[in-house]
Design a protein around this ligand. Structure first.
Ligand code: N01
Length: 487
């Protein structure tokens, strides 16, 4: 049973199918597949990771329209791959999972949905992503606001900013994509920034026909491009891992680009970040900073005091009248699959097992939760790279885990607590001295600041760590006599 029909869940289903697992079901809360690319439909929504890397290794496309594909193109790619590899037929849409419970007697998972349906499975893969539950700040007076208000990832189909007075709260990766589009349309656009960002260029023009033709017909060019982008992403990671040395190059590069783009000294002062390069996600856009300097756009760094029926009151007690408020305020990233309840051995809740912070061996397996696997789990996010690459590694690792269990006739496979504890200690130690620990970000949990989202190293290290599952790191439960495995 796989929960979530985004890139991670579908990729895992395809991996399992290709290796002979036939009894697979994918439960998807939404009305369609696509995960993040189904939900996020804001204007100019696109991926800032080049498509030659941000795509499955086994389903490379040669006809991407530009280096970083728009959302519609990615969604149609996902649908096409799901069809080609027979994963679409495994999906039950409109099934929002509320709970997964491990039943000791049957050695099976019982999965329940919010509408009262239940399923049984020998193994469960939770692929609900880190960036799914919108985080909307509680602003005083928000409920009185008379205009439209919504989160960037829940963009209403009917909404048009044309001629309107619009506020965007937040200036992260989502906001910087949609703000240039709104700046074109809105009568007034107020951008509320809490923290500045480091930027690198991304023009993202459509490929000219000769580039498309070259990628299509020159043997090896596609693979070379993927390899090149892979190395580029690893370089970004090296800058984050070594802020005092390589990070200075990233800083200088970004600062030079930003200085060129930010001609207005007041906007430059306000937009400039006050933390080391790479601590938060470096943002790729050649259009955002120019948009901030348009006459109809105002960058506001004073905190919001409250909302009124007519607009927003800023710290200095001045009011801006508004027709719409857009919360580009990110996601509840520390919650992972919550509010879904996951109960493992002895009825222990994953929430309680994670009281000190979410953690999983290689981001995938948790002691006390037999045959439960996570895709894009704790410490598997990347600040420079393609999450699909990580998810593919996870899918292959999960397939190996199930094969090991199957080969032994085991009822469950569970990581040894000492293995998980040691790998967690080692992983956390690797953050010391990196840029990730130099400021606050969504990668960290509040309180102790533990980094729960990100992998501390390179893509190649994650690939190597997951290439071959070591069965000695796992315990295999004896199976009760009964029918074959469903994953
Ligand atoms: O969310 P974010 P996002 N008052 O958390 C601000 C991926 N992604 O949806 O920096 C005022 O990055 C917050 O301020 P601060 C990517 O991994 C990928 O933009 O916390 N402001 C920040 O500016 C990305 O990292 C693509 O001080 C408040 C913003 O809201 C992740 O998704 C594209 C606030 C939130 O930024 C999330 O991006 C888009 C408050 N109370 C997204 N609370 C690709 O192209 C928060 N903020 C691959």
């Amino acid at each position: 049973m796989i929960i979530g029909a985004g890139l991670g869940g579908l990729g895992t289903a395809i991996e399992l199918r290709r290796h002979g697992f036939r009894e697979l079901t994918i439960l998807e809360k939404a009305a369609a597949i696509g995960g993040t690319w189904h939900y996020n439909r804001y204007p100019l929504c696109a991926c800032d990771v080049p498509s030659h890397l941000y795509s499955y290794s086994f389903a490379q496309r040669r006809d991407w329209s530009r280096i970083c594909s728009p959302r519609e193109e990615i969604l149609s790619y996902i649908e096409q791959v799901a069809r080609d590899y027979g994963a679409d037929g495994l999906v039950q849409t409109g099934a929002e999972v509320s709970a997964c419970r491990w039943d000791e007697t049957s050695s099976r998972w019982s999965v329940a949905s919010t509408d009262g349906r239940t399923w049984e499975a020998d193994a469960v893969v939770i692929a609900t992503g880190q960036l799914h539950q919108p985080a909307i700040p509680r602003l005083d007076g928000a409920e009185q606001f008379a205009g439209e208000a919504f989160h960037s990832s829940r963009w209403p189909e009917h909404f048009s900013a044309r001629g309107k007075r619009v506020a965007v709260i937040g200036t992260g990766a989502s906001a910087i994509q949609l703000i240039p589009a709104l700046a074109d349309e809105a009568a007034r656009l107020y951008v509320f920034q809490r923290t500045g960002n480091w930027f690198l260029p991304r023009r993202n023009r459509a490929y000219p026909p000769w580039v498309k033709a070259a990628v299509r017909y020159v043997p090896g060019l596609q693979a070379w491009r993927r390899r090149f982008i892979y190395q580029y992403a690893e370089t970004l990671t090296s800058m984050i891992r070594h802020p005092r040395t390589l990070g200075r190059i990233g800083h200088a590069w970004s600062a030079a680009f930003m200085r060129r783009q930010l001609r207005d000294p007041e906007v430059r002062r306000k937009a400039w970040p006050d933390y080391p390069f790479g601590c938060k996600r470096v943002l790729f856009s050649s259009h955002y900073l120019p948009a901030l300097q348009r006459p109809n756009v105002e960058l506001i760094t004073e905190p919001i005091s409250h909302l009124t029926p007519a607009g927003v009151v800023i710290g200095d007690a001045t009011e801006r009248e508004l027709d719409a408020v857009i919360y580009a305020t990110g996601f509840r990233t520390n919650d992972f699959m919550a509010p879904m309840e996951v109960l493992g051995r002895d009825g222990v809740a994953l929430r309680d097992a994670w009281a000190g912070g979410p953690r999983a061996h290689l981001g995938i397996t948790v002691p006390g939760f037999p045959s439960l696997f996570l895709i894009y789990g704790p410490n598997t996010n990347t600040s420079g790279g393609s999450i699909i690459l990580y998810e593919e590694c996870q899918g292959r690792y999960i397939r190996q885990a199930l094969e090991h269990a199957w080969a032994r006739g085991a009822a469950g496979i569970e990581v040894k607590p000492e293995v998980a504890a040691a790998s967690d200690r080692e992983l956390q130690a690797r953050f010391a001295g990196t840029a990730w620990v130099a400021c606050n970000s969504w990668y960290r949990q509040s309180g102790d600041g533990r980094i729960v989202a990100n992998w501390p190293g390179y893509m190649r290290e994650y690939e190597a760590a997951l290439a071959r599952l070591d069965p000695h790191e796992y315990e295999f439960a004896r199976a009760p006599a009964r029918a074959p495995v469903e994953a």
